[in-house]
Design a protein around this ligand. Structure first.
Ligand code: PLP
Length: 401
């Protein structure tokens, strides 16, 4: 059954890619951009770029106004209690590194940090390196066969020594919502700080950070149909108060002398240097666009397409899914076929999917795999895209077997 996307025409790159015979199914890596974002970027650059928070002139005032309006839009999108809880970074990775440096003073040698076995390198390596720097223990929470963080095991492993829990909301490889409510409750019962990597989760549906109850939540704009080079670190005010400044320079300083300085609190104190002004304004425009869509219709469309994807994969002999993906993506391997060979043949047929370890090497290794193919969906994909993918897959498998 044809499953059209009512939003496809809002994303000019999709038609452009189609003219180049490309079917884009790598949305978990990054997304195409809506016209509303392109218009906002063109408007900003065509009407006068300016730095924010420092110039008294009109372009500076307008840029600052638009920049701070975006902060409010992000706060609204996440239902943060205040825009001052939103720090702009350069991406989820830089937000997580900011946390791993900024929180270092909160830990003592022997303290434990818990992550899960499915984390993207961005939510593993900053904590691993912090543990190595500060003599902490990194505890890795194992997974169930369905690819969920194992709550039974977590109950054994999270305890009074746990000072921080950092977990993904939605795995970029396994595509399942993690049992965050129970995990966060467990960590909080022991007084640990909680960090949620929302890089994949934020794209699907609306999420309420207050209801989630995490201390910190991070995401990258480019995966949410926004510009690249921009990320968000949300923090509860009390948790933000625990962060030490970690990058120093313009704008974050209150008073500076040759031998000492004092710094602004969050958010400005954590936005040293010139921020990605156009990108932040563009993220605001993207959120305006997304907020104008019927959220229930978007979710229903994504689920219908995901169902088609799963059925198609199940129907093909030798295809093995990783975990039990519930939405947005599916990773798979094919018996007797190397994922790099398959990816090569898919690429040759204009199918843009991702192959390899998906920046989660320990997870793939734990599954006994060197790599897998991942198909990930965006709101502009339709069933014709999947049909082209399956035709290309069948052709490739015929050649490889
Ligand atoms: C779950 C997850 N966390 C973090 C990241 C890092 O995002 P970025 O590279 O935009 O910083 C990604 C990117 O793929 C991801 O999928």
């Amino acid at each position: 059954m044809f499953q059209p996307s009512p939003w496809r025409a809002d994303f000019p790159a999709i038609a452009a890619l189609q003219r180049q015979h490309q079917t884009y199914l790598d949305n978990a890596a990054t997304t195409q951009k809506p016209q509303a974002l392109l218009d906002a970027l063109a408007h900003y650059y065509q009407h006068g770029a300016a730095n924010v928070h420092r110039a008294q002139h009109l372009p500076g005032a307008l840029a600052t106004q638009a920049f701070e309006a975006s902060r409010e839009k992000v706060a609204q999108w996440l239902n943060a209690a205040s825009p001052s809880q939103v720090i702009f970074t350069h991406g989820a990775t830089s937000a997580l590194n900011l946390l791993a440096y900024g929180l270092q003073g909160q830990f003592q040698a022997g303290d434990e940090i818990a992550v899960s076995a499915l984390e993207h390198h961005a939510n593993l390596l900053p904590w691993q390196q912090l543990a190595l720097r500060a003599g902490l223990k990194l505890v890795v929470l194992p997974l169930t066969a369905a690819g969920l963080i194992d709550l039974e095991a977590a109950r054994q492993l999270i305890g009074p020594r746990t000072r921080l829990l950092a977990v993904s909301q939605l795995s970029n490889v396994l595509g399942a919502w993690q049992p965050l409510e129970a995990l966060l409750a467990l960590a909080k019962a022991h007084g640990a700080l909680t960090v949620v990597d929302g890089a994949q989760g934020v794209v699907h549906g609306r999420h309420d950070v207050q209801r989630l109850g995490c201390d910190f939540y991070v995401f990258s704009s480019h995966k949410l149909y926004g510009p690249d080079g921009v990320g968000v670190l949300y923090g509860r005010s009390e948790a933000l108060g625990k962060l030490a400044h970690w990058q120093f320079g313009g704008e974050m300083v209150h008073v500076a002398d040759y031998h000492s300085a004092s710094f602004h609190p969050a958010p400005l104190g954590f936005e040293a240097g010139t921020p990605p002004v156009a990108g932040v304004i563009g993220l605001g425009a993207t959120l305006d666009y997304l907020a104008s869509l019927d959220q229930a219709a978007v979710i229903a469309h994504e689920q219908a397409l995901h169902g088609l994807l799963l059925r198609g994969l199940h129907d093909r002999e030798g295809v093995r899914l990783l975990g039990e993906p519930k939405l947005a993506l599916a990773s798979f391997v094919v018996e007797g076929v190397h994922n790099a060979d398959l990816a090569h043949l898919l690429t040759e047929q204009g199918i843009a999917v991702r192959a390899g370890h998906h920046c989660a090497m320990p997870l793939l290794k734990g599954l006994g795999l060197a790599g897998a193919i991942r198909v990930s969906l965006g709101l502009y994909n339709d069933s014709d895209d999947l049909q082209r993918f399956f035709e290309a897959l069948d052709k490739a498998l015929e050649m490889l077997r």
